[in-house]
Design a protein around this ligand. Structure first.
Ligand SMILES: [Zn+2]
Ligand SMILES: [Zn+2]
Length: 187
């Protein structure tokens, strides 16, 4: 069972390789499609820079650092595509999964001290993949804006108002006109 789990680890780190005195520094670049597949709809440009520092105390591991990369997004107001730099901060603890038989006497105590939050790892290897992927995904804005004050599109002609006024006269729907119009249509 353990072997099968380990085969699926996408970003494995052997806990023993994390020095208790110096930690372990991960400094690598991964393609966006390492983290996301097509149905995630993430349009990454270039690669994701992974800078994670791992520290360890006994079997408890703490991962801290940053992921950064550039994604192409579509502005929710003017529909223009634009590139945005993402910076995702990672601060995640990892704890060994207490296995039933192993150290059964200790588990009572450990169960109380192990916080609910935190990631569990099996055996001697933890997988950073889910944590990194989730943080990167969360860094992508849900309602992207090409700029804070994007003026959006003219509701009348559809032109982007960021380039300047489109020439349409500001037309406010007049409720009285609407009544007249519907009367006309009935005639
Ligand atoms: Zn915009
Ligand atoms: Zn217009």
């Amino acid at each position: 069972m353990t072997e099968m789990t380990e085969e699926r680890l996408a970003m494995p780190v052997e806990v023993e390789k994390i020095s208790e005195s110096d930690g372990l520094l991960l400094d690598e670049r991964k393609p966006f499609d390492f983290f996301f597949d097509e149905k995630d709809g993430v349009n990454g440009i270039g690669e994701v820079a992974v800078n994670i520092s791992l520290t360890r105390s006994g079997e408890d591991v703490f991962a801290a650092g940053q992921l950064s990369g550039v994604v192409r997004l579509q502005c929710g107001r003017c529909l223009e595509e634009f590139d945005q730099e993402l910076v995702a901060t990672v601060e995640e603890p990892f704890f060994p999964k207490s296995t039933g038989l192993e150290g059964a006497a200790e588990t009572d105590e450990e169960a109380e001290t192990t916080p609910d939050e935190g990631n569990l790892y099996d055996g001697n290897t933890l997988d950073l993949f889910d944590v990194l992927r989730d943080q990167l995904y969360l860094a992508i804005p849900l309602k992207p804006l090409c700029k804070e004050d994007c003026k959006g599109l003219c509701p009348n002609c559809g032109a982007s108002l960021n380039a300047g006024p489109c020439g349409c006269k500001p037309k406010k729907a007049d409720p009285r006109l609407a009544v007249l119009k519907s009367l006309k249509e009935k005639l």
